[in-house]
Design a protein around this ligand. Structure first.
Ligand code: PMP
Length: 346
């Protein structure tokens, strides 16, 4: 059996702020529309393997033509597909440290090697040094999340362009799972100029559809023709595709949600700005990354409050998903309590 780095899935109870999901269930009217539409689906038949309706709906949201889009079972599947397409035994995947751990998982499953570039604690990095080290490492594929998971730092469009241009013709994959929450622009604008660029997106975060597993791979039409051709047939089931199309038709609600998260992110980071017992990183995603020497004490306080966050074991680091104001208030209460213990000399 191959040795693959496993992904820690988190089945927990409480206020779940550990997986960067949208905390709100779908609006009742949207749910009703989905249920109604599902009644008419011919579930005895295989789904549309061309994903026509879904790609049209996502094309409308992104302003991209269908020929540039392919959907699969979460952006995870699309990342795995790209890694499997470009890498094989002993090929080199080059990424950031830290970054999304599924890159390691897929590299392992294709027996590729992973080389990582240490980014700063706040997620920023020296782009020239990243490029130079990638060349020295003989990278075969460059992949990173932007905004970065876990720091929330987002590279600018020009930084993404510099990386893409420097590594050409090697494939560069930019994982934009959290781009809808960012102030920076998406790298999809670069696709008509860089043949080596691939972007992945998801409906799991801003669109509130983590449960239906729909993600996208985006590149220029020539690259996508080959990728579509070799993709596993019927990757997406009819129920997920239908639900996704309906949610994509309610784009106002998505905009309202991302605006709320940005507001809350600003509010939380402002409230936490004077903290001494932990450092909180300026994020452009729907989560906040923290670093504390006393993290284990913070974990105890959060546990007492029934709040589940992402704890990076064996490090000083943790990550909290930004939620609705009421839940964020509960988090802020705990973080303030944590801070006050310090002031009280504990
Ligand atoms: N990329 C990043 C950076 C992520 O954090 C996640 C989910 N945690 C994904 C991709 C995968 O998301 P999904 O498969 O739900 O689309």
């Amino acid at each position: 059996m191959k040795k693959i780095q496993t992904y820690e899935t988190m089945k927990q109870e409480g206020i779940l702020l550990n997986a960067n999901e949208n905390p709100r269930p779908l609006p009742e009217a949207v749910m009703a529309e989905i249920l109604e539409a599902i009644r008419d689906l011919p579930l005895n038949r295989y789904p549309d393997t061309d994903e026509t309706e879904l790609l049209q709906a996502y094309g409308k949201w992104t302003g991209l033509v269908e020929e540039m889009l392919l959907a699969g079972n979460g952006s995870d599947q699309m990342l795995g597909y790209l890694i499997g397409t470009f890498l094989g035994r002993d090929k080199i995947l080059y990424t950031f440290d830290p970054d999304f751990s599924m890159y390691d998982y897929y590299a392992g499953s294709y027996e590729a090697k992973v080389r990582k570039f240490d980014i700063n604690e706040d997620g920023s990095l020296d782009i020239d040094a990243f490029i130079e080290e990638g060349r020295k490492n003989n990278a075969d594929l460059v992949i990173f999340s932007n905004p970065n998971n876990p720091s929330g730092h987002c590279l600018s469009l020009s930084e993404c362009e510099k990386i893409t241009a420097a590594f050409a013709p090697l494939p560069v994959v930019i994982d934009e799972a959290y781009i809808e929450f960012a102030d920076e622009e998406s790298a999809v604008q670069l696709l008509d100029r860089y043949d080596n660029l691939y972007v992945t997106r998801t409906l799991s975060k801003a669109f509130g559809l983590a449960g239906i597993r729909v993600g996208f791979l985006i590149s220029n039409p020539q690259n996508m023709a080959a990728l579509k051709n070799a993709f596993v047939p019927y990757a997406l089931n009819a129920l997920s595709m239908k639900a996704a199309c309906i949610v994509l038709a309610h784009s106002d609600e998505v905009q309202e949600f991302t605006a709320m998260i940005r507001r809350e992110r600003r509010r939380m980071l402002t409230a936490l700005s004077g903290s001494q017992r932990a450092r909180y990183i300026a994020s452009q995603a729907n989560f906040i990354y923290g670093i504390s020497e006393d993290k284990e004490r913070l974990m105890e306080l959060l546990k007492e409050a029934g709040i589940v966050i992402r704890n990076y074991k064996g490090s000083r680091n943790f990550r909290v998903t930004i939620s609705v104001p009421e839940e964020n208030d509960l988090v802020l209460d705990v973080l303030k309590k944590f801070e006050e213990e310090k002031t009280c000399g504990q």
